[in-house]
Every structure is written in structure tokens, then in C-alpha cells.
Design a protein around this ligand. Sequence first.
Ligand code: ATP
Ligand code: MG
Ligand code: FE
Length: 335
Amino acid sequence: MKILAFESSCDETAVAVVEDGRTVLSDAIASQADLHALYGGVVPEIASRKHVEAIAALTEQALREAGCTKQDIDAVAVTYAPGLIGAVLVGLSFAKSVAFALGVPLIPVHHIRGHIAANYLAFPDLEPPFLALAISGGNTLIVDVRDYTDMVILGATRDDAAGECFDKAARVLGLPYPGGAPLDALAQQSPGGVYTLPHAHVDGAELDMSFSGLKTAVVNLAHHAQQVGEPLDRAALARDFAQAVSDTLVPRAMEAARQTGRKILCAAGGVAANSIIRGDLQRACDQAGVRLYLPPLKLCGDNGAMIGAQGYYEYLAGHTAGMDLNAYATRDIAD
Ligand code: ATP
Ligand code: MG
Ligand code: FE
């Protein structure tokens, strides 16, 4: 079954063709990151307009690269939530029109379910049940993936997402948007151990997380150094910051594995590209006898293929939608 998949929830327009949820036939992406970098973050109105400009040509490209015609497409999958509402609506409206014109089913896909499904593309042998650590620009979740479309949230951030925190820390370190990858590179230049940063715990909810205090601490450190003219060891601060994020995420993921007895952990989302988090996860999983799946960097960030992968399993579960399908800025992954 060939699924044409659309993703437009943030600042990547992406269209892919995926076969049977596992094989990527094409994965076309147009990133707007350079444009938003001028403003230090995503400007929603600009994102929506750029999606409109890119999506038709990108669809042609995805079909061409997959060696398909429109008539070969069996279903259309699309991110319907969560994300910037105007941005999601562009992909959703386009996907609806394609599904309607071709007379094929329309499959709504939750963006974070898509991030998790990126693992199905990278690891053909992977099947639920497993735990997922979904860490991205707007979400930070520990999810029990009981089945392809049956998910339970075990832990979540109470405030900022890990990626948001990376982007803000990168900004005060003078790094370009999106700052996660440049901060990761800077952190590798220092062994750290210079700055003491807060590690928050949520009382009575040991799998929940909080990143806003850490974010504020980094901002205050950088601003203070600037104000009093003290030198700032940027690489050390980047390192200590990334380590603090990892120290928040990794023990909780392992605790979730302990509590559930799951022996498989998958990482997902843009922040899963982080080298310190990947290394710490690998060590912790080796020690605990948990099998770790780390998607290649290309599949961590937003892409269309992951929507096609999850779309296949949503379709098998009977989750298709009519032309009245709406977009949602927020939506629980378990819904
Ligand atoms: P969401 O998926 O929650 O809707 P999003 O789609 O914007 O948000 P992703 O595309 O999954 O998020 O990930 C983008 C985030 O990943 C950004 O915050 C970016 O800085 C971060 N990121 C990318 N590479 C790295 C890295 N090597 N280390 C840390 N963070 C990274
Ligand atoms: Mg992006
Ligand atoms: Fe994302």
C-alpha cells in the first residue's frame, strides 16, 4: 500500500511516499529554517505562507522521486495536530483536496506519533510494545506504546519542551536558530563541569519533568556575565546545559522502563539527535538490559516519511477521516 504523506506543522514542508509503513520511496523536504533564523524563531504567518508556496511542487517532486504517478497512490496521510494552527491547516487542506480528487482514504496522523513511527522506517524488526522518549521542539513525553495506535503518556514536561529549552539556551549563547544542533557542536568542545545548573523534580510525579528553571538559569548566567563584563565559557555552558537536559531525561526514561518492565526504548523527535543524550541513553540502556533504538539524525527532525509510516498503521486500525477533518494546535497523543 502506497501512502502519500504530508507534514506542515512547523517550519518544514514535507511530502513523502511510503510503502506499507516501512519503506520510504521518497522523502521531499523544504525547510524554511533559514528564513525564520532572521527572527530568531518561527514566525507563524511566514511559515503558513511558505507552506502554501512549497507544497504543490514538493508533491510533484515526491511522486517523481518515488517513481509513482498519482494513480499509484492508495491513501493520503497528513499531520492534523499538534502544531502551528495555520501551518497545519495548509498541509491538511492540501491533503484533503488530493484525497478527494484521487478518491482515496484520508488518514489523520498525530505529529508526535509520527516522530515515534520514524523508528519503524529505520528498524524493520521493531514492533510494539515499547517505550518511547519523544523529545522535540514543542513536546517532551515518555510514552508507553502498547500498540501501533494505542499509547499512554507516562511522563511529560510540566512547562517548556526540551527542544524549546535548547533553542533558548542557544540563543543566549549567540548561536543561530534552530539552536539545538549548533549548541550540540559547541558542547563537544568542552568537558564541562564549570557551571552549576538546576535539575528540577516534580513532587509526586517522578516521571514528569520541568525545564523552565534550567532555561532561566542559563539565560541569567549569560546575561549576568555580559552585564558585569565577565568572560563566559560558552562551550562549557553549552556542555553543562546539555548534560543537565540529559540528566533530566535519561533517568526518567529508565525509571519508566523499570516500572513497566518494557525491554525496548525508542528515541524520537529533533532533540533525539543530541549527541550527549544519545550517548547517555545508550550507556543507561546497556546497563539496564534495555534494547535502545536511536533513529538516524535525518529521521529525528520533521519529515514526511514518518507521517506515512504512522499513517499506514492508523489506516490498518480503521482511523480514516472525512472531508470535515479539522486541524488542532494541541492534541493528546493518546486520543
Ligand atoms: P514538535 O515535534 O514538538 O511539534 P518540532 O516539530 O518543531 O516540534 P522537531 O522538528 O522534532 O520539533 O525538532 C526540532 C527541535 O530539535 C529544535 O528545538 C532543535 O533545536 C532540536 N534539535 C535538533 N538537533 C538537535 C541536537 N543535536 N541537540 C539538541 N537539540 C536538537
Ligand atoms: Mg523545524
Ligand atoms: Fe516535530
